[in-house]
Design a protein around this ligand. Structure first.
Ligand code: ATP
Ligand code: MG
Length: 242
């Protein structure tokens, strides 16, 4: 990899506009995730977080703006081609195959990272999620909600990404399972992988990230250090209603 690409951010989005039919949803959003950086994306329901993520990953049919992954311009590319540059996506809802077993789900996802790295082997992923070891032969549909989310993250890690994008992974989970998943996200982050996290559990997001963005009605309205955001009660009340 040339030095310029090594230094380029994992993700750079500039002046992103997104649409569903005639509805103009994103109004010129800028977002950066630096190498190995963990970044949170927060905002109330319907403010455009998922649409922004989909726009960055080639999943938003109608959008404009500039997207770079590791320095390579990718807007207009198909999702699979963007993913191969080292971006893994854990979508809202559960991105697993319910007809395959846990083991098969993990194995079909496996591939080397963009530079040939194979840091995340099956053993390492299972070490991160001991619960899945007991479920290896079970079908995806037989798992609890929390286990399905763990499998979804496990599948993302099996692709050996540089950047892990997680949208609402703790939705509907019991607090104990939620804590288990956040602990895992922290371990992934400590291993040096960049993360972009969306979750309605704002406290966990802010405790797990270096930097964050707050969105309102399709615009970024605040950007800064996560500890600073966590301490700013007025701002949290204004943009999250908490
Ligand atoms: N498939 C769609 N068709 C039409 N409008 C949509 C579609 N998906 C989302 N929207 C609208 O776009 C806006 C932004 O939605 P988006 O899903 O990006 O919000 P979000 O911040 O991710 O919300 P949440 O926290 O509920 O997940 C909302 O007004 C939503 O109603
Ligand atoms: Mg969403």
């Amino acid at each position: 990899m040339p030095p310029a690409e090594r230094a380029a951010p994992n993700l750079l989005a500039r002046d992103i506009h997104g649409f569903y039919g005639d509805s103009h949803i994103l109004h010129g959003v800028d977002l950066i995730v630096g190498r190995g950086e963990s970044v949170g994306l927060l905002g109330r329901n319907g403010m455009g977080k998922s649409t922004l993520i989909k726009s960055c990953l080639g999943l938003q049919a109608k959008m404009s703006g500039e997207i770079k992954v590791g320095g390579t311009r990718v807007d207009g590319w198909r999702p699979e081609r963007i993913a191969r540059l080292g971006v893994a996506y854990v979508p809202e809802g559960r991105g697993i195959f319910s007809s395959l077993s846990v083991l098969e789900n993990l194995k079909v996802a496996a591939r080397r990272g963009p530079d040939g790295r194979q840091d995340w082997s099956l053993d390492r992923v299972l070490d991160l999620f001991p619960r899945l070891v007991e479920r290896l032969g079970n079908g995806g549909a037989q798992l609890s909600g929390g286990e399905q989310q763990m499998l979804s993250i496990g599948r993302a890690l099996m692709t050996n990404p540089d950047l892990l994008v997680i949208d609402e992974v703790t939705e509907g989970l019991a607090p104990l399972v939620m804590r288990e998943i956040w602990a895992t996200v922290d371990r992934v982050k400590e291993a040096g992988m960049a993360c972009l996290l969306v979750d309605r559990n704002y406290r966990s997001v802010l405790e797990s990230t270096d930097r964050c963005y707050f969105m309102e009605k399709g615009r970024v309205v605040w950007e800064g250090a996560s500890p600073e955001a966590l301490a700013d009660r007025d701002m949290l009340a204004r943009y999250l209603g908490v």
